[in-house]
Design a binder for this molecule. Sequence first.
Ligand code: GLN
Length: 192
Amino acid sequence: MKNIGVLALQGAFKEHIDMIKSLGHNGIEIRKAEQLNHLDGMILPGGESTAMGKLLKDFGIKEVLKDKIKNGLPVWGTCAGMILLAKKLDGDEDAHLKVMDIEVRRNAYGTQLDSFATKETIEGVSEKEIPMVFIRAPYIVGMDEKVELLHKVDGNIVAVRQNNMIATSFHPELTDDATFHEYFINMIKEYK
Ligand code: GLN
């Protein structure tokens, strides 16, 4: 059984915890830096990245979390979580944890199509189609060659992996399909 933390300062953390538990693992709500010790993996949920970025600082978690990720803690950012991981944000906003070599555009789908759902197969993740829910989602507008492309939707990069880090624009925790959570847990098991 793996101990998987979910940043629980703001946003859709409960849904991730429920998914982790449904797969037989220990999902832990993280609100203090000390809790980051003894974790096997960490999820940064969807929500509002500006608020979450500020709370990370206010709760004294930011630098500790950044160090842990740099030292190999497996981490997965969904939606706002992707924004937190990026080294660069499109426009003149300051990035947050700055650990992943991606440039992310917030609210990239604009106001006309700010939320939508689709179902697609992600090669290397599973052979069946996975439901993908996008809510005022970001996508990736630039990435280093160190970053592996996992998936594009309509030509836009919505899922990537770089060593111990995964980022997705969509929210698997808001569907009833645990495939992506299983993929992350397998990555935790394999990653050294
Ligand atoms: N639009 C949000 C942001 O920029 C992200 C939305 C989400 O996480 N569903 O932080």
